[in-house]
Ligand binder design. Sequence first.
Ligand SMILES: [Zn+2]
Length: 272
Amino acid sequence: MSVFSDIEKFYKAYKGNKKIIGKSILGRPIYAMQSGKGCPLGIVQGAIHAREWITSYLILEQIRLGVDCGSAWFIPLANPDGALLSTCGIQTVKGEWRRRLLLNANDCSDDFSLWKANANAVDLNVNFDACWGTGTCNVKFPASANYVGVAPFSEPESRALRDFTLEVCPQYTISYHTMGEEIYWQFCQPFFRCMRDKKYACTLSHLTGYPLKSAEGSVGGYKDWCIQTLKIPAFTIEVGNGTHPLGKKDLEDILNKNVCTVREFSACWRRG
Ligand SMILES: [Zn+2]
């Protein structure tokens, strides 16, 4: 079983509202499932970075737990090709020229366990149109991490997230990453939105026990785009501790600290 087949099996058995929001470079579906009804409506996504696939399993457990005050759309695996490449290797990729591209981007190593990008060697979390290409760690060539792509939204996975988010019009978004046990919530908001967003960030900090952090020079992410374009509160929650890639052995600790977060955050939002 792979992380992709686990998500696919869960999606097929899921009885609630659900949708395929787009397809990856290699044609794999990107699944979304809704839990709960009414406001606030959030979007929660995970594993946009390939090696952070453990966040997919966190999101599956959050869907199982459900949301009862308000609702949320959950996208457990935003980068299916990358997660399969990271967990099962280059044999999950069809086509000789693409395999060569990915091996070259991975410094000719067939160990993809630390891979972050998609099957075009683009880092999806720097491919969004939010000060695109100006980040301090950005690179302009195919790589296992930090390649911004040829243009904002050049990748089908980032376009799928963008289009679905515009369709849903969420009131907040949460992006799950590993690792470091910290929360990012800023992207040059004007003062009044900064105050509003910090209040919700503090709620998330209280729920998880994770401190709030700021990331200087980090741009082009899904959270950044949500803050800049949709003008809504958006958060990156970095779960887990240790060394990349985190795996199933780390899941129990991650679940203990995070499984109730979306359910409780939604209830806190309703209380105002
Ligand atoms: Zn990440």
